[in-house]
Design a binder for this molecule. Structure first.
Ligand code: PMV
Length: 328
């Protein structure tokens, strides 16, 4: 065999119960469990080729060669994959997103979920869903949640072996839609890897972590019962809790823009007017507005007219990471 290649596709996810802080930053073992929904229509497609002819690993994202820290992160991930397979071949990785990189849409989640599947397949590792999710977690914590489809829970676990994501419900269980209101599309100043390392410097982090099980159970039940009011209450509180930790860490992290706050204040008013909509924000200023599919057109209309909203991405619930039928 002269070389071996595979292509995989994965969706980003939006966390309903957030992961913020690691107990082991090398293995990316989280301080707390989390829950998310995969974002259909938004995807990363990654092709990898391992070959004895290559002397170094190379990486191209959205047709641009990547060097420095971005490349190093992928090389150490590939070292892990090579170690698992007992292989030494270097690789060429080419990845394309159909959505903007950075600023609150978890591009690293889709990227490492797709890379885990493509790389493990190309190198001949036959990983089950839990094994793939564990591998993806070591590239980017939230990537473990982009491996299963639909609504997903990442169990904290006691160590590397049992810290992975499992499906709570399939995509067709509940027709929710995420509307990503883009208020700033440039890359965020402090990435989540650095942010996780600061979480413990906030005196609020311990209280947030201690309360996790309560939030996880309310959120899981809200999903299983398709209870949008309960989901709204818990995801808004959880997002605000994480941002309270961010804002009180040292140094402080302020991800919000004025338009983010304006949206967070308007959405409860929209609810009083009869619209089902709930907000949540990751490590960026863009606001994710979750609503049942029947409210989506009205939400889009309001967002398109909202001052400071530059564009809106609309995503239904997405499926699992999967291999593409042919290579690119
Ligand atoms: O997987 P990371 O290291 O990009 O961290 C993701 C952190 C948040 O998006 C803010 C929360 C989450 O659970 O996705």
């Amino acid at each position: 065999m002269s070389s071996s290649q595979a292509t995989a596709i994965a969706h980003p996810n939006i966390a309903f119960i957030k992961y913020w802080g690691n107990r082991d930053s090398l293995l990316r073992l989280p301080a707390n469990g989390s829950i998310s929904m995969n974002l259909g229509g938004l995807e990363t497609r990654t092709t990898i080729e391992f070959s004895p002819e290559f002397s170094i690993d190379t990486l191209v994202i959205n047709l641009q060669p990547v060097y420095g820290a971005g490349l190093e992160r992928v090389v150490s991930f590939l070292d892990r994959v090579r170690g698992m397979a007992g292989q030494t071949w270097r690789a060429h990785v080419s990845s394309n997103n159909n959505f903007p990189t950075g600023a609150g849409i978890a591009s690293s989640a889709a990227a490492f979920a797709a890379l885990s599947l493509a790389a493990s397949h190309a190198i001949g590792l036959n990983l089950d869903e839990a094994g793939l999710s564990r591998l993806a977690r070591t590239g980017s914590g939230s990537a473990c949640r982009s491996v299963p489809g639909g609504f997903v829970e990442w169990k904290t676990g006691s160590g590397d072996a049992d810290s992975y994501a499992v499906r709570i419900a399939p995509p067709q269980h509940w027709a929710l839609v995420d509307h990503v209101a883009i208020v700033r599309a440039v890359n965020k100043p402090v990435g989540s890897t650095e942010g996780h390392a600061l979480a413990g410097t906030s005196p609020l982090q311990a209280a947030r972590v201690a309360d996790t099980l309560r939030r996880i159970e309310i959120c899981r039940d809200a999903i299983l019962n398709r209870d949008f009011s309960a989901l709204t209450r818990i995801i808004e509180q959880d997002s605000n809790l994480m941002h309270a930790v961010m804002m009180t860490s040292q140094p402080a992290l302020f991800y919000w823009e004025p338009a983010s706050i304006a949206l967070m204040k308007s959405i409860p008013v929209w609810r009083q007017e009869g619209l089902n909509a709930a907000y949540t924000l990751d490590a960026g200023p863009n606001v994710h507005i979750i609503s049942p599919a029947q409210d989506s057109a009205a939400v889009q209309e309001r967002l398109n007219a909202f001052p400071g909203v530059k564009s809106v991405l609309v995503a239904p619930v997405g499926g699992p990471a999967r291999l593409a039928s042919g290579a690119e």
